[in-house]
Structures are given as C-alpha cells and as structure tokens.
Design a protein. Structure first.
Length: 367
C-alpha cells in the first residue's frame, strides 16, 4: 500500500487511462491494474478532491493510491515499476503522440515488517472508522506538505468509536460529551516503550459541531506519542484526542517508560474531533503530522461484523439511530491482523497475557 506522484508538464489536461504496477524483474508480472472508475476513486490532484475521471490538469501534480498484493507464499518483488497510459486532447508537440504509454517510478519494496502490537482499547463494539484499505478515506488521502516534504502520517490510521449493545453511539443529547458510549474509556499502551511526547490540558470539543481553536500544534488534541522497538526497527504510536486531564491522572509524561497494557489516559474529544474517539496510528517519526504511516497488526481481536456502509455509519452518528450492519459479513477470532474500514471488533478485557474464554452455559467471553 503506497502512493505514486505524477506530474503533467504540458499546458493541456492529461486523461489517465490505466496504471499497472509490475515486478521490475523479468518476466514483468503485473501485480495490480487501476483503470476506469477504480482509477478515478484512487486518484486526486494534489490538494484537490476526487472527481468522476482521473484527469491531471495543465502543469498539475496528482496522487495515485495503490494496493499491490501477491498470493500467499509467492515471491515478493524487490522492485516495482509502473506502466501509465494517458492521453491529451491533441498532440502536445510535434512528434509527440496524443496517446502515450510511459514506464515510470522504479520503486524498491520495503522489507520492514509490520509491528505486531497489543490493542489500545478493551471491551466490545469498537467500530473501525476511516481505516484501511480499499477506500481512499480522509486518513489515507491526507497528503500533508510539512517541513519541506510531503507526508502521509495517517496511511494506516484508525478512528475507534464504540457502540453499545443496541448499536447506538450515544444516548440522549449527543452534544453532551458524557452521553457517548466511548467517552472516558481507558486508552492503553500497545507495547513496552518510551513516552516521547505527552500533551494534556486542552478542552473537550462539543460533539457533532465543527471543532474550534485548531492549530497545527493542537490538531491531535491531548495526545501521547510512544516510541517502541521491534525486530531491530523503531516505531512511534500516536494516541490522539484524549480526555482533558486524563494523562496527568495516569501519571503519563514525556520520558516515562510504560508497559504493554498500561493506561495512558482516557478516550476524549479534544483537538480536531467532532465525536469522542481514539485516533490511533503508527509512524516512522515522533511527530503526529510530519511523519509517514507504517503498517501494524493487532495481536488478537474478535471480528463481530461490519457496518453496512459509510453512509449508514454517518446516519447512525448524526441521527442517533442504531448502526445498520452488513449481512453475511465475516466474523471470528483474528490474530496478527489489521482490522479493515467499517469492521466492528471486540478487544479482550483481560489483562495482558491472559486470553478470554467462553464461560459454560452463558457462553460469555470471560478471562
């Protein structure tokens, strides 16, 4: 999962027809093809919005989001090269055809392993909002120009919102932050690590209203960045939008070493947030924005089902109705996986190292 930057150097629009990601070594096996409507949903002009067609304007830069996969057990390419087909309304210059095919961007494939981590939350009914992978969500599509470079820190980010037993996100007045099911839930360290940034004291936003007072420094609200190591690699976990005062209550400060499962604070609605949730992601640098998102996997969770659609999710949040679920969605225990966008998952409420089990007769999951 990565991005391709493309530039149209001509003074006329270029219509992208297809993009093929290929193994650069012979025989040039094609690993992914984007074309038509799929290409349109995976392309945007830099700083622009998705359109019905993948068209790059004159002297414009665009982003193409790619999801290349290989069958399990197959050889993983060391490099990928990309064949792009595009056309101009007419020949852009003498000797240059209107329809062009270019081989571009010989790209090394990273061998850095995904971090395998404990869940940052516990309990049931956590909805994966704006998560991975097929859809270019607000997280994945956030290309940020910071510190003389483009960054995509939220490439694998998840917003966790919780529903109760009836499928509701809140009861009574939604603008009262205390009425939300997830507000105040403990947020826990996903690994043994070091706190390299801790911000507390920012006020709660009013749910379902545009957030106020947002700056680059406050966009993550009250938050923690934790540095941890795995297999000789360094990772940084961001826990954002935490409840005011909850870091101080948990004794969390910069320079503190924490253990897996240790409470870092409580879920809140601070910073750039319109509903109580935990924004979580892993990146390569200790910065909420000027970093690049890295893949990760949760060591264990139970997949309960999936929300019917993004529209169904928005409707349940805006109207206070029960969240509609997708029929025949996959369910079951998962290990070392990343939940997908709109998945509904249960995290163990048991202490770290103790797995849940089904109690006799009641069949409830207990420690």
């Amino acid at each position: 999962m990565y991005e391709l930057l493309v530039t149209n150097s001509r003074a006329m629009p270029a219509a992208l027809k297809s993009v093929e990601a290929m193994d650069s070594d012979p025989p040039g096996h094609v690993a992914e093809v984007l074309s038509g409507a799929t290409l349109a949903t995976h392309f945007r002009p830099l700083g622009g919005t998705q359109g019905s067609n993948a068209v790059l304007g004159p002297s414009q830069v665009g982003v193409i989001w790619l999801d290349v996969s290989v069958p399990e057990g197959s050889r993983v390419p060391q490099h990928l090269v990309h064949r792009i087909r595009f056309s101009y309304p007419e020949a852009p210059a003498p000797g240059v055809p209107a329809d062009i095919v270019e081989m571009v961007a010989n790209t090394p494939v990273s061998d850095r392993p995904s971090a395998v981590i404990a869940p940052p939350l516990s309990g049931q009914g956590w909805v994966d909002v704006n998560g991975c992978c097929a859809t270019v969500t607000s997280h994945r599509g956030a290309v940020l120009p910071l510190r003389n470079a483009l960054h995509i820190p939220e490439r694998f980010a998840i917003d966790f919102l919780q529903i109760g037993s009836g499928g509701h996100f809140y009861t009574d007045d939604p603008q009262n932050v205390n009425n939300w099911r997830s507000f105040g839930e403990p947020v826990r360290a996903v690994s043994h690590g070091l706190i390299v940034e801790a911000v507390d004291g920012l006020p709660e936003q009013t749910p379902l209203r545009p957030p106020t007072g947002i700056t680059l420094q406050s966009v993550a609200g009250n938050h923690v960045i934790e540095k941890f190591e795995q297999n000789g690699h360094t990772y940084y976990a961001l826990y954002a939008h935490l409840k005011k005062g909850s870091l101080a209550s948990a004794g969390i400060r910069r320079g503190k070493t924490v253990q897996t499962g240790q409470e870092l604070g409580k879920l809140g609605n601070t910073g750039n947030s319109t509903a109580p949730h935990l924004h979580f992601h892993v990146s390569d640098k200790p910065d909420a924005l000027a970093s690049d998102g890295l893949p990760y996997e949760f060591s264990s969770y139970f997949l309960r089902g999936r929300a019917l659609s993004g529209r169904a999710l928005d409707y349940a949040i805006d109207k206070g109705t029960s969240l509609k679920l997708a029929p025949h969605a996959p369910t079951g225990k998962r290990r070392n996986q990343l939940p997908l966008n709109l998945d509904i998952i249960d995290f163990s409420s048991c202490p770290v190292g103790i797995s849940p089990r089904l109690a006799p007769f009641t069949k409830k999951r207990i420690c």
